[in-house]
Write a protein that binds this ligand. Sequence first.
Ligand code: NAP
Length: 259
Amino acid sequence: MDFGIRGKRALVCAASKGLGRGVAEALAGEGVALVLNARGAEALEATAAEIRARCGVPVETVAADISTEEGRAAVLAMAGEVDILVTNAGGPPPGVWTDWDRDAFIAAFDANMLSAVALMQALVPGMMARGWGRVVNITSRAVKAPLPALGLSTTARTGLTGFVAGMARQVAGSGVTVNNLLPGSHDTDRLRGTDARNAGQKGITVEAQKAARLAANPVGRDGTPQEFGAVCAFLCSQQAAFMVGQNVLVDGGEVNATF
Ligand code: NAP
C-alpha cells in the first residue's frame, strides 16, 4: 500500500535507537525526508547515515535533549516547517510510589508530557495553516494498563493523553490528525535493561526473566521496532485521515481488554 506521504518532511524525536529509530526507518521507507533527534551525536549520526544510504531520503540531525527548553529550541530551529511530528523521549526510571518527590515528577512531566505538548504547540499551527499534518505521540501501554513500578511514566503519559483528547478534536478540521501510539514490550535497549535489572533483583537469569515476561503475551514474543514503526507510518498516512484522538495499542494482545 502506498501511504501517499512521499516528499513530506517529518521530525522524529529520540530516534537514534529503539522505537524512534523504527519509526524513522518506516517513514524513510515511504519517501519522507527526516529530521532526527537524540542526545548522543555518535549513534544519531550512524542511524542517519544508514537511513540515507538505504532509503535515499534527506536526513538531518540535531543532537539535543528534547526534554529541555534549549534542546527543543535547537530541534525546532533545524526542523523549520514539518508535515509530520513524532514525539518521543526516554522513559522515567522505575521505583516505588513513596519515593517519588516533586523533582522526580517534574523530570517525568518534562520528558513525557510537557515536551510533547510544547512541540505540538510549536508545529501544529503551521500544519493547520497549510491544511495537512500528522502528529503521533509515542506513549505507553501503561496508559491503558498501568505497571505500578512505572508510576512516574504512567502519570506523565496519562496527562499527555488527556491533553491530546481535547486538542486533537480542535485541530482535526484543519486537516491535522493527532493520535497516540502505545507500545507494549518491544525488543529495544530499554527493555533489555529492564529485563537485566529485574533478573538481578530476583536472583534469576536474564533468560528466565524474559521467558516469564513473555509467558503473559499471547503472541509469545516481544515486538520489533520495525513493526512498531510500520504502525506509526500508517497513522501518518493519507489513509489514516479519519483517525483522530485515538490511543492505539501495539502490544501483541498483552493488555487483556476489549477497548
Ligand atoms: P531506547 O531503546 O532506550 O531508545 C531511546 C532513544 O531515545 C535513543 O535514541 C535515545 O538516544 C533517545 N533519547 C532518550 N532520551 C532522550 C532525550 N531526553 N532527548 C532526546 N533523545 C532521547 O528506548 P525505547 O525502548 O525505544 O523507548 C522509547 C520510549 O518508549 C520510552 O519513553 C519508553 O519508556 C517507551 N516505551 C518503550 C517500551 C518498550 O518495550 N521498548 C514499552 C513502552 C514504552 P540518547 O540516549 O542518545 O538520547
